[in-house]
Ligand binder design. Structure first.
Ligand code: S3P
Length: 449
């Protein structure tokens, strides 16, 4: 959806303690992968709990354009009739991935080893993001990419007619790049090997194995080595998408900083490639208990009981960055409500997300009265203690859902209201955010203060 929805200013203000149960929607990463792997299987994949955010809806539409039959039966309940590995048809029109880096990069990988051509575009945010990190390894398979300067969308990918298998060390910590290479490797003969120096979210590996691909993962001195045997017949699956820990982060953090709060957030993934934020919050002194641990949709999950906590700033270990990469904006908001300084190093990947998230958080925190320091790879927040953030400002969200939600959560705990210029992008990942937060007692309204 690259057409601009009208901006929706939204304002958050302090209210009573938060209470109740926050059932967050399905995981965005797993939802994209379920649709794509369903499309690459022969036969019917059933998906329950699919996130119906705009990013995922755009991927569903793209899978139809490549020839899969994708049907929605009821909320969250979808069916994909796939065309099999190597079965993608050439799309008749441009593929518009809207705001979604995951969507465009994974789909580019999935089509790059078929003898078809596709042109991709996205919204103003996605058209600024680097695609070379994906098209470089896809070129090794024999695919060609023709994009704008700097490897930007719109971009046409000419898939390889006779793909070669690839051995590739991912130069940046990125699950999207890793996944694009693995998906391309599906239709290449022989073994495709991906090496990642730092582990990133492993949903692609788990799900490829679940769909019947031959895939091994080994830890070696140079990193995690993932070996995929090409040209498998993927078997359709029933996929139960677990709830999204990156969405759970917003009510969890809201409860930690709004005095008197006590909430339950059920079914939050404890996958070690995704749960860095919860470790960080515990180190800051958060009162979070992990109840009823179990497995849902192949992921380890627990119910999180979260109570308001007096937090202390910490130095976040840089090696934890990949496991909480999407959570730095809300962590920066929480850090503003902690006593002392929170230091976040090794975070330069934040500069190429839906927005430059270091810059967006730094500028927004500053207008809310919080001292920050930054360099290319670092964000430092000088906490003002519980209830200490002045607020009374408007923050710019730059088409970035997580920036919008982070400042709205901060507004629940600041002295004066915080407005975001545009909350419309929240619908890309967390379409029920407003209703869910209202159900906990939060005061988040449309319009300026
Ligand atoms: C994702 C990977 C991460 C993350 C994004 C989802 C995925 O991006 O930020 O929200 O589903 O693979 P990078 O691969 O750019 O780190």
């Amino acid at each position: 959806m690259s057409g601009h929805a009208d901006p929706i200013p939204m304002t958050a203000r302090a209210a009573a303690p938060l209470a109740g149960v926050a059932e967050v929607p399905g995981d965005k990463s797993i939802s994209h992968r379920a649709l794509i792997l369903g499309a690459l299987s022969v036969g019917r994949t059933r998906i329950s709990g699919l996130l119906e955010g705009q990013d995922v809806l755009d991927t569903a539409k793209a899978m139809r354009a490549f020839g899969a039959e994708v049907t929605r039966h009821s909320p969250g309940s979808w069916e994909v009739h796939g065309v099999g590995v190597g079965g993608f048809a050439e799309p008749a029109d441009v593929i518009d991935c809207g705001n979604s880096g995951t969507g465009v990069r994974l789909i580019m990988g999935a089509m790059a080893t078929s003898p078809i051509t596709a042109t991709f575009t996205g919204d103003a945010s996605l058209r600024k993001r680097p695609m070379g990190r994906v098209t470089d390894p896809l070129a090794l398979f024999g695919a060609r990419a023709y994009g704008r300067a700097g490897g930007r969308l719109p971009m046409t990918i000419v898939g390889a007619a006779d793909p070669l298998p690839v051995r590739y060390t991912v130069p940046v910590p990125s699950a999207q790049v890793k996944s694009a290479v693995l998906l391309a490797g599906l239709n290449a003969p022989g073994e495709t090997v991906v090496i990642e120096r730092e582990p990133t979210r492993d949903h692609s590996e788990r799900m490829l194995a679940g769909f019947g691909a031959r895939l091994t993962v080994a830890d070696a001195p140079e990193g995690r080595i993932i070996t995929l045997t090409g040209q498998p017949e993927l078997r359709p699956q029933d996929v139960a998408v677990p709830r999204d820990p990156s969405s759970a982060a917003f009510p969890v953090c809201a409860a930690l900083i709004v005095p008197g709060s006590d909430i339950l957030v059920p079914g939050v993934s404890q996958n070690p490639t995704r749960n860095g934020l919860f470790t960080t919050l515990l180190e800051m002194g958060a009162d979070i208990t992990f109840e009823n641990p179990r497995t849902e949709g192949g992921e380890p999950v627990a119910d999180l009981r979260v109570r308001f906590s007096a937090l202390t700033g910490i130095e976040v270990p840089p090696e934890r960055a990949a496991s909480q990469i999407d959570e730095y904006p809300i962590l920066a908001a929480v850090a503003a409500c902690a006593e002392g300084v929170t230091v976040m190093r090794g975070v330069k990947e934040l500069r190429v997300k839906e927005s430059d998230r270091i810059d967006a958080m730094a500028r927004g925190l500053e207008v809310c009265g919080v001292r920050v320091e930054e360099d290319e790879d670092t964000l430092i927040v000088h906490g003002m203690g519980a209830g200490g953030v002045p607020g009374g400002a408007t923050c710019t969200t730059h088409l970035d859902h997580r920036i919008a939600m982070s400042f709205l959560v901060l507004g629940l705990a600041s002295r004066r209201p915080i407005t975001v210029d545009d909350g419309a992008p929240i619908a890309t990942s967390f379409p029920v955010f407003e209703g869910l937060m209202a159900g906990l007692g939060a005061r988040i309204e449309r319009g300026a203060a």
